[in-house]
Design a protein around this ligand. Sequence first.
Ligand SMILES: *Cc1c(COP(=O)(O)O)cnc(C)c1O
Length: 386
Amino acid sequence: MSNGHGNEPKNRPETLAARALGWIDPATGAVSPPVQPSTTYARGPDYKLLTPHGYLRAESAAYDQPEALLAKLEGGAAAALFASGMAATTAVFQALKPGDHVVVQESIYFNLPKWLREWAVPWGLEASFVPTGDVPALAAALRPGKTRLAWIETPANPTWLVTDIAAAAAAAHRAGALLAVDNTAASPVLTRPIELGADIVMHSATKYLNGHSDVLAGALVAARDDDYWKRVKYVRTRAGAVMGPFEAWLLLRGMRTLHLRVRQQSQSALAIATHFKGHPKLLRVCYPGLPDDPGHAVAKRQMQGGYGGMLSLRFKGGAAAALAFVARLQLFVRATSLGGVESLVEHRGTIEGPDSPTPQDLLRVSVGIEHVDDLIADLEQGFAAI
Ligand SMILES: *Cc1c(COP(=O)(O)O)cnc(C)c1O
């Protein structure tokens, strides 16, 4: 990752991301890296590998640059890319041992509690579920000497409740457990959990890191390159939940504009939340950037430069009103996922099913980079339907 002069300045995150760490192809001088599709790497006559790369499932040259950039942006010792956010997430739990206990928040990205209940618990993990945002409840569920890991998501899907990362890390560490943080919604632009005491950071890189709704990707960042991290890497290398080289290339390309996108999305989300707060047809607007939001005080402390591009609207008229409202929207695409440049809206209740803890009157909104006045006008005309 050198500019060839050996005098790289200590740059700010925006600069590191825009330049993808300043890498220049030594063979051609290319500023954009080549896509490296090779599954295998040659050995010399002494049968030693020519570079640290051997076989794509274990380590690809295509991962080096995005992993190095993400580790820098999160302030971690190492990063690893995975085939998806869930592949990264499950590696964190699969690196534990049967009989280990974990504490996980209840209302978060819904696939994780589902996978834990349906797969990890039958496999042998013990799991306790605690209310999202509530650090005393998390602390009370930790069993010193038995709990190996606590998992939090902040702001958490799809209510955008905020958890105090520093307090959760202190509680986990007092019990001898690690703290893992799903930092997908905040991104390292707004929150760096490792600086607040977290041990592992997870991203669905499908979302803000890539930012263009065209790559499925996951990533982990570790505070320390220790034995636990080696076990996590083992899950990727041996079990094979790896990312394709072209996806890694696209991800790096997306990350170059991360700061611009997330700042614009945060600014527009705050404008939308402020505009619709107190609307007579809404129960409430869930957004940690609103001064009266339950998570605002903690968010103000641990998020820098914005409160993210995600918000939810809860309708007084219940699921029927929420669905009638989305049916009229013209600009917001009715689709799952989040963090892309185009605005999306989703009725999570339909996706998560009737046992979901998500209120059926809730619509999740992912704010893109369109002009905010156009977005507000689209939402305004949606209210005419209900
Ligand atoms: C999408 C998402 C995930 C899962 O990531 P995939 O890339 O879809 O596997 C995990 N956490 C959060 C917060 C997400 O939004």
